[in-house]
Design a binder for this molecule. Sequence first.
Ligand code: XMP
Length: 394
Amino acid sequence: MPNLTVWMSHGDSVSKLPADFVRIAHSDNTPYAAIANKAKRIYGVQFHPEVVNTQQGMDIINNFVYNIAGMPPTWNMKSFVTEAIDEIKSTVGNQKVLLALSGGVDSTTVAALLHKAIGKQLVCMFIDQGFMRKDEAKKIVELVNDNFKITLIHVDAADRFFKAIEGVSDPEQKRKLIGHEFISVFEEEAKKLKGEINFLAQGTLYPDVIESATSGVSKNAVKIKTHHNVGGLPEKMKFKVIEPLKRLFKDEVRLMGLELEVPERIVYRQPFPGPGLAIRIMGEVTRERVRVLQEADDIVMDEIKKAGLYRKVWQAFAVLLPIKTVGVMGDKRTYLHTIAVRVVTSQDAMTANWAHVPYEVLGEISTRIINEIPEINRVVYDITSKPPSTIEWE
Ligand code: XMP
């Protein structure tokens, strides 16, 4: 009998088989890891075939769906896109849709889909809070202008955001203030379009739907970090909402993006948090500190890409620490700030491991940060996984 490594929860287990069922797999701890009634074509597994840690999990699911249940693989991304476009067209008619664009894969894919479905009836809004990566805001505007001939409202709200979090060091406070400011700016700008816009499009994914459906169940769940998005706005502003990605997982959104010819650098872009660099600057966020972190972050990205690691890791970035340490440069004493470099591997960000980036690559990152950024005299590498740490530092 061949062996298979699987992930299995031992919290519950089958103690007695139903009539006419036989056992087809077991483990040292579980007499019935998989059971079957071959005549009725009913199969059950106690382990998780869907997780990457289960060997041949996809084969088990494929076999069940195609061979046992006899479901033909008629669903593919091309047909899904066609259906989604038809649905959007019939819902929206000749009305207008507003989309908040962040430059990430989800909102950009929604933009591409809506653009294909309703063309100029799509209005995109990009709110620049001033905490983007180096040159990122410029790239987002270029991307929209190069790829779609639609209205892009580019709101440069940096002054407001810096003011909103002036003097604030507490991470939760920062996140909340940024979230509130984002909603205020969006609301104000959207009001200017009143009468014109009927729908608000959102890049909600299936995991978000599951999470909000089950959040009432896990009453004991502790809030770790406040995430911000434009949730809550539609009710307040009386927009009707369309969420064309709500039946998709992230990897399917990427496929859709490719199908819609969204540039690969967006489709495979590493996740970037809504509050941006503000939560990678420990302590107070100032324009000057954002500029320093942008430079360090740009070097990390550049070296990770050069080393061919960009798509192999989940995220790579720099964090600016509020402490100063003593150093020596040339024959002078220095007393300057520290950059922490964080690179993690992960499947879904729920858990993550610190990446074993080759010493040569880390060395190059460190040398360049020290040589190119006069405000920094020390670079450290974060070697904690999640849990116990989180991916972001705040
Ligand atoms: P943590 O730090 O909780 O992050 O381990 C898990 C993943 O979520 C991203 N992240 C955010 N994404 N808005 C977002 O859209 C946020 O406020 C936010 N905070 C964290 C983080 O980059 C990581 O991929």
